[in-house]
Design a protein around this ligand. Structure first.
Ligand code: MV4
Length: 605
């Protein structure tokens, strides 16, 4: 009987695994780097061992330190999560040698699937369709060039040791072949220490559809439907869903059976994913097999009602699969998006810094898988994914609607995120029709407003002005306060300077009772302030009552309104930059005393 599980990972997947392990009665051991001492996965585990400094090569990739942590704590099994050492056959072997059960497939299967060339040959022999091409052993340039004549164009050159789009080149015509082979070869040597290349006919605008499989130690294997991961950006998955809107019951069965054949052919055990390219005529081709639990496994869990981590632990312990193929039923539709601390308007640059507030939305059919909470910092050491936001619905549009609401109602204050970009994709008509291929983001979506820097609207700025001018942050009883302090003061006009990061804007804020008029250059915007407090601002805009969330930290304000986020700083009282900025720092505001009383009322505390 297995009793104590060490989770050789961090972040949301460590948290995810710990939750199931605990619920099944396992003791859990977290490992962590010095940068993660206060991380959620460490807090949730029963025991935790520091395995080294922040950089991954010294901690989460440090197999020896991890195995030593297992020995010290008496763990009897190791879950590798995804990434890091999860597909490292040497680590699987080292676990076994140390007397630990590796919650994953046998080393030989990991190793085989690590070679594009060998896995393709093995799959072809097992009767799994593969993309027509050439898989010669350590083929020379000349052999590749000769083989290309029979394949035709366009074709793909792929590094045998590559994967996930790395070491791949598209060649449109024969004249470009030799040069591309040379480049691909030297890149592959550089990146993987192995220059072996294969050739494949290029599939045009394919869909990426993968099959979740499970196998046990008794020769049983099943498939748990597919996931459509066609919406990708530079080989990074952005949206994943199950079932695929493109897959018919017949195609599902054919792909599922092919994936099971793939698993049985390589002596597989545990959770695996067989990736396929699917062309517009619904021909499918084996691409690669991932020998780990994948990031996007929750969508499969939501439509099958199964806990895949529980399945993994059960298979690792030697039990037979919990269900037979005909007991596996798909119910409804699930869509996952990856919420990242990154800036889509600036080339998706990763964002770091304090996460002042992170409040997942709540609602029917929603699941958040996350490894962070308010107060954590997003550091440059690790992947800046904040959460996987997953919605289930009885049908696809119900899942889309719930996911959109979840994205709009989740607050992330402190770092820029891809939240608006994700919302735009889920709301998109092409995506809605189920017509997004792997080319979608690059083609139909390339000019989307979420990908360009945007000036703050006067509407957003007016909301910010309301919060700042009210002079306090987060008290629950501001409605009463508003009525007293605002309604009874005479009408006031005051200037306000807001720094939106790339520019400083000068507003004029006029107030009469709860009626606020904001002017920015030629533009003017009016609203009635209804209530404010507890991070919620309620206004009436043209007769419509609206709510928006905010978080204030001194003169910094984070605001989420109308589906978009805004971070601004009140610089009204800041000294002008340059010579005037020297000295005490604070300069006297230029306006008169009665205004000052109202606008600069000190925060209570
Ligand atoms: C291909 C292909 C077209 N034809 N192979 C990219 C990731 C890597 N796993 C394989 N990839 C591709 N291989 C042939 N023969 C197109 C892609 C591809 C792709 C595949 C899946 C998801 C997104 C993609 C985006 C661009 C290209």
């Amino acid at each position: 009987m297995l009793k104590k599980l060490l989770i050789a990972n961090r972040g949301e997947i460590a948290v995810r695994v710990i939750k199931t392990a605990k619920s099944l009665g396992y003791r859990t051991v977290a490992v962590y780097s010095e940068a993660d001492a206060k991380a959620l996965h460490v807090e949730l585990a029963d025991e935790a061992v520091c395995i080294g400094p922040a950089q991954v090569s010294a901690s989460y990739l440090n197999a020896e330190a991890i195995i030593e942590a297992a020995r010290k704590t008496g763990a009897d099994c190791v879950h590798p999560g995804y990434g890091f050492l999860s597909e490292n056959s040497g680590f699987a072997r080292a676990c076994k040698d140390a007397g630990l059960v590796f919650v994953g497939p046998p080393e030989a299967a990991i190793e085989l699937m690590g070679s594009k060339r060998r896995s393709k040959i093995a799959m072809q022999e097992a009767g799994v369709p593969v993309v027509p091409g050439f898989e010669g052993d350590n083929a020379s340039d000349e052999e590749l060039i000769n083989a290309a004549e029979n394949i035709g164009y366009p074709l793909m050159i792929k590094a045998s040791a590559g994967g996930g789009g790395r070491g791949m080149r598209l060649v449109e015509k024969a004249a470009e072949l030799a040069d591309n082979i040379q480049r691909a070869r030297s890149e592959a040597k550089q990146a993987f220490g192995d220059g072996e290349l294969i050739l494949e006919k290029a599939v045009i605008e394919p869909r990426h559809i993968e099959i979740q499989i499970f196998a046990d130690q008794h020769g049983n294997a099943v498939y748990l439907g597919e996931r459509d991961c066609s919406v990708q950006r530079r080989h990074q998955k952005v949206v994943e869903e199950a079932p695929s809107p493109f897959v018919t019951p017949e195609l599902r069965q054919a792909m599922g059976e092919a994936a099971v054949k793939a698993a049985l052919a390589c002596g597989y055990e545990g959770a695996g994913t067989v990736e396929f390219l699917v062309d517009k005529d619904r021909n499918f081709y084996f691409l690669e097999m991932n020998t780990r639990l994948q990031v996007e496994h929750p969508v499969t869990e939501l439509i099958t009602g199964q806990d895949l981590v529980a399945w993994q632990l059960s298979v690792a312990e030697g039990l037979a699969l919990p269900l037979t193929q005909d007991q596996i039923q798909l119910n409804g539709h699930a869509i996952e998006v990856r919420l990242y601390a990154e800036d889509p308007a600036n080339g998706f640059t990763p964002q770091t810094g304090p996460l002042h507030q992170f409040q997942p939305a709540e609602g029917e059919g929603l699941r958040f898988d996350t490894g962070v909470r308010s107060g954590d910092s997003i550091t440059p050491h690790y992947d800046p994914m904040l959460a996987k936001v997953i919605a289930w619905g009885a049908n696809r549009n119900e899942a889309r609607r719930r996911l959109l609401r979840a994205l709009e109602d989740t607050t992330v204050f402190g770092v820029t995120t891809n939240r608006y970009f994700l919302s735009r994709i889920i709301a998109d008509d092409t995506f809605g029709e189920g017509e997004a291929t792997t080319a979608f983001l690059q083609q139909a979506f390339r000019d989307d407003p979420s990908l360009a820097p945007k000036d703050s609207s006067i509407r957003e700025l007016a909301l910010a002005a309301c919060v700042f001018s009210h002079g306090n942050s987060g008290r629950p009883d501001v409605r009463a306060d508003l009525n007293n302090a605002w309604s009874n003061t005479p009408s006031t006009v005051s200037p306000m300077k807001l720094d939106t990061g790339d520019k400083t804007l000068e507003l004029l804020v006029r107030r009469a009772g709860n009626h606020v008029t904001v002017t920015l250059g030629e533009e003017q915007y009016e609203l009635d302030l209804e209530s404010m407090g507890d991070g919620l601002l309620c206004i009436i805009d043209n007769g419509v009552r609206q709510r928006c969330q905010y978080h204030r930290q001194g003169d910094h304000l984070y605001l989420q309104a109308f589906g978009q986020a805004l971070a601004v700083r009140d610089v009204t009282h800041q000294p002008a930059s340059g010579a005037a900025a020297s000295g005490s720092g604070r300069i006297k505001p230029p306006w008169t005393a009665p205004l000052l009383m109202f606008w600069s009322r000190p925060a209570r505390r």
